[in-house]
Structure formats: C-alpha cells, structure tokens
Design a protein around this ligand. Structure first.
Ligand SMILES: Cc1cc2nc3c(=O)[nH]c(=O)nc-3n(C[C@H](O)[C@H](O)[C@H](O)COP(=O)(O)O)c2cc1C
Length: 318
C-alpha cells in the first residue's frame, strides 16, 4: 500500500514534509501544495522555487502539483521540473476555492469538459513528465462524474487520485466513496483514494469495501494525528514526548525559514493538532490568542505540560 501526504496549501510544504519525516518516518510519496506554473520562458521563483528546490526535497518521493488551465505554461513547467529531476507532475482539478473556480481552474475546470479534454490530451502529448491528476467528482452533483470519468479514461494518465466530493461539498459531508469504486472498476490507469481517512478503522472500512485499493492519500488525518501513517502500518500512536519534539522541531524550522511569521504558521497547524488533546477547543484557544514568539512559546509549553492527551487523536470537522 502506498501512503502519501496530501498537498495542503500553507501547511504540507517542504518544511513540514522534512520535519514530519524526521520525527515520524517518511511517507511513501508527497505532493506539493499547488503551484502556478511560471510564464513560458521564465523560471519558478521565490516561494514556489523553494517548494520544489531539489536540495530541500532530497531523499523524498515528491510530486509537484500545478494549478492552471494554460497548456503552454503547464508544458513549460514540466520541462523545468524534468530538468530538476522530477519524475511526475500532478494537475490540480480539485481546488474548491471560489476565486480559483471562478477562473476555471482547479475543480472549476470540471465545468468545461470539452476544454478540459483538449487541455489534457494536449499536455499529456507534450509534457516532459508523466501526468497524474487529483480530482473531485463534479461541481454540484454525483451525476456529473460519469462524463468526467469517461473523459479521464480516454487520457493516458499516470494516475488518478480521487477525492470523491463535489466542489459544493467543500470538505463537508461524507465522501461519495462509491464513485471511487466506480473509478477503480473502469480506469485503465492506477487509481488512488483521498478523503476522510482519519484512523485505522477508516482504512479498514475502505479496504473492506475496495480491497483493490493500492494508494491512499492522507491529509487532515495526519495533521491531527502525526503518527497516523505509522499506525496504519501497524505502529504505535504518538507519545507525548514525540508530539512535543515534533512541535519544537517544526517551530524552529519555520522560524529559520521565515523569521517571526512562524507563529501564524504554527497556529494553522494547531487548528488540526488540537485533536491530539482531550479538550481541543481549550488547547486551540490557548495558542490562538498569542502574538509574539515569546507569548507563543509560553502558551505551547503550558499546553504540553498540562493539557491531557486525547484517548484517540482523530480529526473532526465540528
Ligand atoms: C487548508 C487546505 C489546503 C489544501 N490545499 C490543497 C492543494 O494545494 N492542492 C490540492 O490538490 N488539494 C488541497 N487540499 C485538499 C487536500 O489535499 C485533501 O484533498 C483534502 O484535505 C481531503 O483529504 P483529507 O480528508 O485526508 O484531509 C487542501 C485542503 C485543505 C484543508
């Protein structure tokens, strides 16, 4: 079974990937949060370059993810990525954000299936790298997926990662897992599952329903419980000491990377890792109100010294 880390903009970047792997072991594969390809003739710059800089990703199987509907820019980006040593590129057809969708990108591309097929056939033919896709199953309803799936099946994809929600679901409601099952039955290329695998019992039920599952991508579950992948491989939950060490390493790595802004970054992480504690709301409140590095460190230390751990660390939406 391949376990991969989901692309999560603002969270699962190169710093998180490295520190998490040092503390809990590497996952089989990582996807970068979405990157906009540079204009044809230009290079990846600034933050985007850091994300894919080979030196920052050494030793990990990393697949860069692109968000675009511009075929020439996609193809150009694959040349740059191939030169950097990457072996695959992933196209984001899942982002549900209003601004992205309004521009016809991410899941917004699923509104224009003719345009999408032209794009996919073109980039698959011209790309310097094999192309995988991470997709939602529609914009409004399940009924849209039949046509979308047929379209994908006509394209020579490296892999299709299915997050079986429609755009309007955002991240709410139960994943429409039967549409993943339909994809497994029909796709001529490898298929991966993503969505709401938050504990071993979710994996068990997925495998019971779809025993041919070969790749599961983990997102919020691993943020709430950093030992999730280890547990899915039969290992132990995170100890208090491991969690604190992970926190300290993550904070100092973010500090080194970006200076004082790291408090903001850490607060975003706490909105997930709070579920490792018995009273997530109280824990989150304690760190959320801090501003300076000193305030933050005091609050985090207090949490690790006094807050009771959850019996089971598990992401929840409410
Ligand atoms: C804050 C946040 C940022 C995300 N950023 C991306 C992204 O850059 N690219 C992408 O394909 N999906 C992105 N996603 C979706 C996740 O990759 C994943 O599909 C989603 O969280 C469902 O999986 P999970 O239930 O395991 O968390 C993001 C989700 C969240 C909550």
């Amino acid at each position: 079974m391949i376990l991969s880390l989901a692309p999560m903009e603002g969270i699962t970047g190169h710093v998180f990937r490295r520190v998490h792997a040092e503390c809990f072991g590497a996952l089989d594969r990582y996807y970068t949060p979405f990157l906009a390809p540079p204009h044809v003739g230009s290079s990846f710059g600034g933050k985007a370059y850091k994300e894919i800089d080979p030196a920052r990703n050494q030793g990990f199987d990393v697949v860069p993810q692109l968000l675009t509907k511009n075929a020439d820019e996609f193809v150009w980006a694959t040349r740059l990525l191939a030169d950097m040593g990457y072996a695959e590129v992933n196209l984001n057809l899942g982002c549900p954000s209003g601004t992205v969708v309004a521009k016809g990108r991410g899941s917004g591309f699923l509104r224009d299936l003719e345009g999408l097929e032209t794009f996919l056939q073109d980039v698959c033919a011209r790309s310097s790298l094999p192309v995988s896709v991470k997709t939602r199953v529609g914009i409004q309803s399940d009924d849209e997926y039949e046509q979308i799936l047929e379209l994908y099946c006509r394209c020579p994809l490296k892999e299709l990662i299915v997050h079986p929600r429609v755009q309007k679901d955002r991240y709410q409601g139960a994943p429409r897992r039967e549409l993943y099952g339909r994809t497994l039955e029909r796709a001529p290329f490898p298929v991966a599952y993503n969505g709401d695998v938050f504990g071993p019992e979710d994996m068990d039920s997925l495998l019971k329903a779809y025993p041919e599952t070969r790749h599961v991508m983990l997102g919020r579950g691993i943020l709430a419980n950093p030992a999730l992948a280890r547990m899915l491989n039969g290992g132990a939950p995170a100890t208090a000491a491991e969690l604190e060490r992970f926190h300290d390493a993550l904070f100092s790595a973010y500090q080194a990377e970006m200076g004082g802004n790291a408090v903001f970054r850490m607060k975003e992480w706490w909105s997930y890792v709070k579920f490792s504690f018995a009273d997530p709301l109280a824990v989150h409140r304690a760190v959320r109100k801090t501003r300076t590095v000193e305030e933050y460190q005091r609050a985090a230390e207090l949490v690790f010294r006094t807050a009771r751990r959850a019996d089971v660390a598990r992401f929840r939406t409410a």
